[in-house]
Design a protein around this ligand. Sequence first.
Ligand code: ZN
Length: 331
Amino acid sequence: MHRVVINEAVIKLKITPDGPVLIKAGEALSGIEPDLPDMAFVRTYHGGRETVYLPGSSLKGVIRSHCERIVRTCVPPSEDSPAACDPLFDKLERGGPRIHPKENRVVSCCKWLQDRHRNAGGAETYTQSCFVCKLFGNTSLASHSSFNDAVPIDGLADDDDPNLTEERNGVAIDRVYGSVAGGALFQFEVVTRGTFGTDLLLRNFSCAHLGLIGLALRDLNDQRLLVGFGKSRGLGRVKAEVASVTLRRWARLDSGNQRLVGFLDPSVEERYRLGLSDVALANDQMDLPVDYGPDDLGIDAAKAEGEEALGTLWRNAAQCWAAAAQAMGGG
Ligand SMILES: [Zn+2]
């Protein structure tokens, strides 16, 4: 993935449904198991038994598209260094502009890199990708973030009802006539309670990216973004609580022991070695609410937990994001 690790953040997250949530299993599963409803919740094995879970890929998709929304809202599209591409938009004429002149949409970084930077090395691929792809990756650029599956936190799923699910009935509505469609009733399985734990891992991130993730997680908790199927039916509301954030850095900073140095800070020697430069984010550092100290393996780490420390951490990171947005041309 990355040849060198400069910094790392592990965000421990607890997700609790606040109403019915459905992340659908593949069609095949409900076909094979006749007892399952038409739309069954995804399942996996965890702790020796089968359980529902929230796939990391679903969480990543929801957080990524919300980050794109935040970035597009704050920063106008720019031909030179777009803050957020449109990953599904690939209408690019050979040698044409990166922003489609009629549709005013930014061509996906995948398409752009294929067209203009086919033989680019890692550093150029990174520099040419938009701010959002720099964190979440694209087909040419490895992701700097990974989301683990969220599984029920041990001890909370009781044995009688380990899967925390309920069945609901839905009525299929004909989209043209607005009446009940041919097949009529269908069942779907929702999760309504329990707590799911997961880790988000960021690697070689800028402090501005940490700030953006903080804003997206706050919006997830405030239910400004919903997860899974049936959002227009009111499904998908969750509470997302950050339990802790552990930061590690491999670059030394002279200016004290309470600063996180981002991937793009000029003091990071490796930045030059890798050839990664990004003028917009030249001074990428932030103050931390906690001291760095050796963790149980003796590696320098700073762990923020509790409302006060986490509040300060996210506020400081959000300021880095605001500075980056301004540098990219946002207000
Ligand atoms: Zn992009």
